[in-house]
Design a protein around this ligand. Structure first.
Ligand code: MG
Ligand code: MG
Length: 262
C-alpha cells in the first residue's frame, strides 16, 4: 500500500520557507542568464544562495548509494535536453537558446523543488510559444489540484491542455509528492493512459495537507526520450525543443498553496 505523508500546517510552513529559498536561487540565476554564461556559473549562483540561507542542495549526491550520484546543485538542460542536465564550465549559453533549470532545496528537514525554462537573449516566437504553453500547463495542473479531485484529474487536465496546442507531454517523468523526502507518494503524472487500470495505474485522491511537485515537461515534437552517456541528461530522440515548469504546492480545503514562490 502506498502511503501519502500528509503535512501539518507547521510542516507546510517550513516547506514554504524551503520553497522561498529555492525561488530566491531561481531569481538570482534568472538575473545572470545571458549569452556567454556557462551552466556551471549558474550552478555556483544557486549553491551560494542556498548556503547564504543555511539550506542544502537536494539534488547534490542524489540518489544516495548510486554509482553515478548527481554532481551539482541544479539540473541545467539546454534546448533539446528535457531534464537532469549536468552543469558544465564548457557549456556556454548562446543567444536564442532555452535553458530549463531545476533546483531543489533542503531547509529544516523539508524540500522545495521547482523548475523554470528561461530564454537566453532573444528567442523565436515559436519557441516562446512552447514556453508559454508549458508554463500555462503548470497553472492548469495547479488549478486542478483541489481536495476531492484525483491525481488522474490533474494528469488529464495537463495532457489535454498541452496536446490541444500540438505538443507532447513526457511520459516517463512525473510530478511527485514532496516532504522530508524529495520523492514521496503520490506520483502525479502529466498524462493518463486510456486503459490506466489495465496498466496498474491507480489514481490517488487529493486531500488537504498533501504536498507535491507538479512539473509538466512538454516537447515540441515526438515524446520519445533517451538518457545521454553521462547517465543523467534526458534528451528528445528527435532533437526537438522541450520545456519544463515546476512548483511544489500544498492541497488545502480551498485554493492550492504554491510553496516555491518568492
Ligand atoms: Mg524539480
Ligand atoms: Mg520534481
Amino acid at each position: 500500500m502506498r502511503t501519502v505523508n500528509l503535512k501539518t500546517a507547521e510542516q507546510v510552513e517550513i516547506m514554504r520557507e524551503a520553497g522561498r529559498i529555492n525561488a530566491r536561487a531561481h531569481a538570482a540565476m534568472a538575473e545572470a542568464i545571458r549569452p556567454g554564461v556557462s551552466t556551471a556559473e549558474l550552478d555556483a549562483i544557486a549553491a551560494d544562495v542556498l548556503r547564504q540561507h543555511g539550506a542544502t542542495a537536494a539534488f547534490l549526491g542524489y540518489p544516495p548509494g548510486s554509482p553515478h550520484p548527481f554532481p551539482a546543485t541544479i539540473c541545467a538542460s539546454v534546448n533539446d535536453e528535457l531534464v537532469h542536465g549536468i552543469p558544465s564550465r564548457e557549456r556556454l549559453l548562446k543567444d536564442g537558446d532555452i535553458i530549463s533549470i531545476d533546483c531543489g532545496t533542503v531547509y529544516r528537514g523539508f524540500v522545495g523543488d521547482s523548475a523554470w525554462t528561461y530564454a537566453v537573449g532573444t528567442i523565436k516566437p515559436a519557441v516562446q510559444r512552447l514556453l508559454d504553453v508549458t508554463e500555462e500547463a503548470l497553472w492548469v495542473g495547479i488549478r486542478a489540484s483541489r481536495a476531492g479531485k484525483l491525481t488522474s484529474d490533474v494528469a488529464k487536465a495537463v495532457q489535454q491542455y498541452v496536446e490541444s496546442h500540438g505538443y507532447s507531454v513526457a511520459r516517463e517523468y512525473t510530478g511527485h509528492g514532496v516532504g522530508s523526502q524529495m520523492h514521496e507518494e503520490p506520483q502525479v503524472p502529466n498524462w493518463w493512459p486510456r486503459r490506466a487500470a489495465a496498466y496498474g495505474w491507480r489514481a490517488t485522491p487529493l486531500t488537504a495537507g498533501m504536498t507535491f511537485a507538479l512539473e509538466p515537461m512538454v516537447i515540441a515534437g515526438r515524446p520519445d526520450l533517451r538518457v545521454a552517456d553521462d547517465h543523467w541528461t534526458v534528451v528528445t530522440r528527435d532533437g526537438s525543443l522541450c520545456a519544463h515548469f515546476e512548483h511544489t504546492i500544498a492541497v488545502t480545503d480551498g485554493e492550492p498553496l504554491i510553496l516555491t514562490a518568492l
